[in-house]
Design a protein around this ligand. Structure first.
Ligand SMILES: [Zn+2]
Length: 110
């Protein structure tokens, strides 16, 4: 006995589908989902891509940061990284206490 340590709720919900929402029903999941949506809306690109004669292309983000290409990266790469970082920060901020993390949290300020 005790060999089948159940992994609690998410597995149950997924297999039974007995939940009003689409599988993610633990309250904190809703919180994390909202955080992800918020990060997406707060970090949409605004305006148009600008390029200057030196070859720098840039576009503004709704958060106020200017996303640009660089010597070793493209504008698209910057946008992708920026959105991933924003999503990470938003999710990490609302994730449950004690959850095992890949990145130490809170982040150290540099
Ligand atoms: Zn942004």
């Amino acid at each position: 006995m005790g060999t089948l340590a159940p992994v609690s709720e998410p597995t149950t919900h997924r297999s039974t589908g007995e939940t009003p929402e689409h599988g993610d029903t633990v309250p904190v999941s809703a919180q994390m989902r909202r955080a992800k949506v918020r990060a997406a809306t707060e970090h949409t690109t605004v305006g148009v891509v600008r390029s200057d004669p030196s070859g720098v292309v840039s576009i503004a983000c709704a958060c106020g940061m200017l996303l640009t290409n660089g010597p070793t990266w493209s504008l698209d790469e910057h946008i992708r990284l920026h959105r991933a970082e924003a999503r990470f920060l938003a999710l990490a901020a609302v994730a449950p206490d004690g959850i095992p993390r890949l990145v130490a949290w809170p982040l150290e300020q540099s």
